[in-house]
Design a protein. Structure first.
Length: 520
């Protein structure tokens, strides 16, 4: 056990500090403090010993140097050994068993406010991390706290053990301290990188990634793989980290992956939209001009067989009518901005379903996408390219009419989220067939056609979207055989003229977008 007899409190964020200090006083703990923290405590009738009285040295350099003194760090780093006790006594140093400190808010004040370097450096904390790390290093004899959320457990332990705290608790806090101070340093180096070379913002020389676990999941993609869910450390929860689960058993690894894929697609649309995903590929998508129930009904028509056991994402609240339609089929998860009470009552009767609430304004469009490969990582900008039909080029003799052009926009948005090689057949703002993850583009067209036929769809008047260019005209021939009257693709093949000629031969419209959307 570590008996707390002397504590050093120095915090930027003073939330919860008074209650903690009052508890320390009850156990006759001497409180050492300085600056704003000392003023805050004294205003609340808590007696403190000023740091400069302990060090015998005043604050200097506009407060840059306050605690960097042997009377502070010797007090924190001393072991219980006879030799250390002898040295402390010789120099008139009293041990400190508790440090409570949170650091200057570099992210909030310097990074988010976009301060110039000369101003930002004033928010780089030196003394704070040094004190925390000193106590963390000497965790058998000292304890460090850095966040208000830690105070409650510490107070409970102090009361339970009559002014003492277990060493095991101190070790846990020490581990967190080194993570916290590393994260803090990472934010500073990232900021400095942006000041050195603006080009590094897209691919910086050094990247620090700090994550904290949200929860363990039952297993990974397969039962023999362990897995957990993490979120960026010290950031407001966003995206799937901000999910509110309203019903159902815990999410699995694959549930998270599929939920992300489904929500990515549904965010592309403003009107009532529904996306059904299976193994991260949309098998059904529709946008309705009527209501969300109509969008669901038509999305389900895209591939009712594959939809079984899939993930459904909606961009509007689930109402009673939509819930009744959904309740007839088994889905793993339904994710939406909200659920009406009647919808919840209906869907909660299905014990194996997961109901997830996530509003679009909680979704963050990050500027970096990180993926691991064996022994390395790949980093890229996410594919947030904006859809701008004004930049598209009609390359066929037949020009698409307004309705067809709108359909092409819909097909292109969906195709962007299908695994390559990707082909999507649509009509009336809904998926008719999808060919995903094929090694050959012409095979992807064949698969999309087959899926549409299996769903007993009417095979005419379709729009076909391709995530990359057609290397040969056979893809266009197959598209027409599938009932396509218009094709949208990036273009850029050495055989573009041959492909355009095929479109003209068949009398269909074709657009080159100039953007490829490979998704591996």
């Amino acid at each position: 056990m570590i008996a707390i007899k002397r504590a050093l409190l120095s915090c930027w964020d003073k939330s919860g500090l008074v209650e903690l200090a009052k508890t320390l006083v009850k156990y006759d703990v001497e409180i050492v403090s300085s600056g704003g923290t000392a003023v805050h405590l004294e205003k609340n009738q808590i007696s403190v010993t000023p740091v400069d009285r302990v060090t015998g040295f005043p604050e200097i350099l506009d407060g840059r140097v306050k605690t960097l003194n042997p009377h502070i760090h010797g007090a924190l780093l001393a072991k219980r050994s006879r030799e250390h006790k002898k040295e402390l006594k010789a120099h008139g140093i009293e041990p400190i068993q508790l440090v409570v400190g949170n650091l200057y808010p570099f992210v909030a004040e310097a990074v988010e406010q976009k301060l110039a370097m000369k101003n930002a450096v004033e928010y780089i904390d030196i003394g704070g991390p040094t004190m925390l790390r000193a106590a963390a290093k000497n965790n058998r004899n000292a304890i460090a706290l850095f966040h208000k959320d830690q105070y409650g457990e510490f107070i409970d332990l102090l009361k339970e053990n009559e002014g003492k705290v277990p060493e095991a608790y101190s070790l846990r806090r020490a581990r967190e301290i080194f993570f916290y101070t590393s994260w803090y340093d990472g934010q500073v180096q990232a900021y400095m990188g942006t000041q050195i070379d603006a080009a590094e913002e897209k691919a910086p020389q050094y990247v620090s990634t700090f994550l904290e676990k949200i929860q363990d999941v039952r297993y990974g993609e397969n039962p023999h793989q362990h897995a957990a869910v993490y979120r960026p450390y010290m950031e407001e929860a966003s995206g799937l980290a901000a999910l509110e689960q309203l019903w159902g058993k815990p999410m699995s690894y694959n549930n998270y992956m599929d939920a992300q894929a489904a929500y990515d697609v549904v965010l592309e649309f403003n009107g009532p939209a529904v996306v059904i995903v299976k193994h991260t590929n949309p098998c059904g998508t529709a946008v309705s001009s009527v209501n969300i129930a109509d969008a669901f009904r038509r999305a389900l028509q895209g591939d009712p067989v594959s939809a079984f056991g899939g993930i459904v994402a909606l961009n509007k609240n689930v109402d009673k009518k939509t819930a009744l339609l959904m309740s007839k089929i088994f889905f793993e998860c339904i994710i939406a901005p909200g659920f009406s009470p009647a919808a919840l009552e209906i869907l909660k009767k299905k014990k194996n379903i997961r109901l997830l609430k996530l509003h679009a304004d909680r979704v963050s469009k990050g500027d970096k996408e990180l993926k691991s490969i064996n022994g390395a990582f790949l980093m890229q900008q996410p594919d947030h390219s904006m859809l701008n039909p004004k930049d598209w080029k009609v390359v066929s003799k037949k020009k698409p009419g307004r309705a067809v052009l709108k359909e092409m926009e819909f097909a292109w948005k969906v195709c962007k989220h299908v695994k390559s090689n990707a082909i999507v057949l649509t009509r009336d703002m809904e998926i008719y067939g999808v060919g995903a993850g094929q090694m050959s583009r012409v095979d992807a067209v064949t698969l999309a056609k087959m899926k549409a036929e299996q769903a007993d769809r009417e095979m005419n008047g379709l729009v076909l979207a391709s995530d990359a260019f057609f290397p040969f005209r056979d893809g266009i021939d197959q598209a027409v055989a599938a009932g396509a009257v218009a094709v949208i693709q990036p273009g850029g093949s050495i055989r573009d003229e041959e492909v355009i000629a095929a479109a003209n031969e068949h009398g269909i419209s074709m657009i080159f977008t100039g953007y490829r959307h490979f998704k591996h």
